[in-house]
Design a protein around this ligand. Structure first.
Ligand code: HEC
Length: 141
């Protein structure tokens, strides 16, 4: 018995047709930078709020208000004179600095923060000037 083996080899050639697909223009997606207009709305407590219950704050604020300080100084914004917060950031809250700055408030002065002078306050007692300065130096952020 003869067994005939027929081997069929089927070669399938696959012709690859490359379709040049017109993929369309890639619309350049506008790289619109998200405007960084985030107002730093960090729920920050104002210095007034932070220290309002402190007796040094209450006493000093009363005296500062009774004088002319607020005409040239604000708590967190420089106007004619530096902000109290800037003064508090510059000087350590020590008795020496309190005494030194109180003398400056009484005598007036210029040159530490710029060319604009601070008027003298010769009628202020040393005690009152010190209470004012203690209040100012308390206003640290
Ligand atoms: C006519 C505007 C004016 C008035 C009023 C005024 N200041 Fe000033 N103050 C200034 C200026 C300007 C400076 C910066 C002076 C400098 O550069 O040396 C200053 C500086 C200071 C400083 C920092 C001093 C230093 O050497 O760093 C303290 C503290 C201060 N003032 C407290 C007071 C107090 C308290 C009062 C109210 C009794 C007062 N000021 C009233 C304008 C004023």
């Amino acid at each position: 018995m003869k067994t005939t083996l027929r081997i069929k080899l089927v070669v399938l050639a696959l012709a690859g047709f490359t379709f040049a697909c017109g993929g369309g223009d890639k619309t350049a997606e506008g790289t619109q930078e998200a405007s960084a207009t985030e107002s730093a709305a960090t729920a920050e407590v104002s210095l007034e709020e932070k220290y309002k219950d402190n007796p040094i704050y209450i006493k000093g604020l009363e005296k500062v208000k009774a004088s002319d300080c607020t005409g040239c100084h604000q708590v967190e914004r420089k106007i004619i004179g530096p902000s109290y917060a800037d003064v508090a950031a510059k000087y350590e809250n020590t008795e020496e600095n309190v005494a030194m700055l109180a003398q400056k408030v009484i005598a007036g002065g210029v040159g530490v923060w710029g060319e604009v002078p601070m008027s003298a306050h010769p009628t202020l007692s040393e005690e009152d000037a010190k209470d004012m300065v203690r209040y100012i130096l308390l206003l640290k952020k």
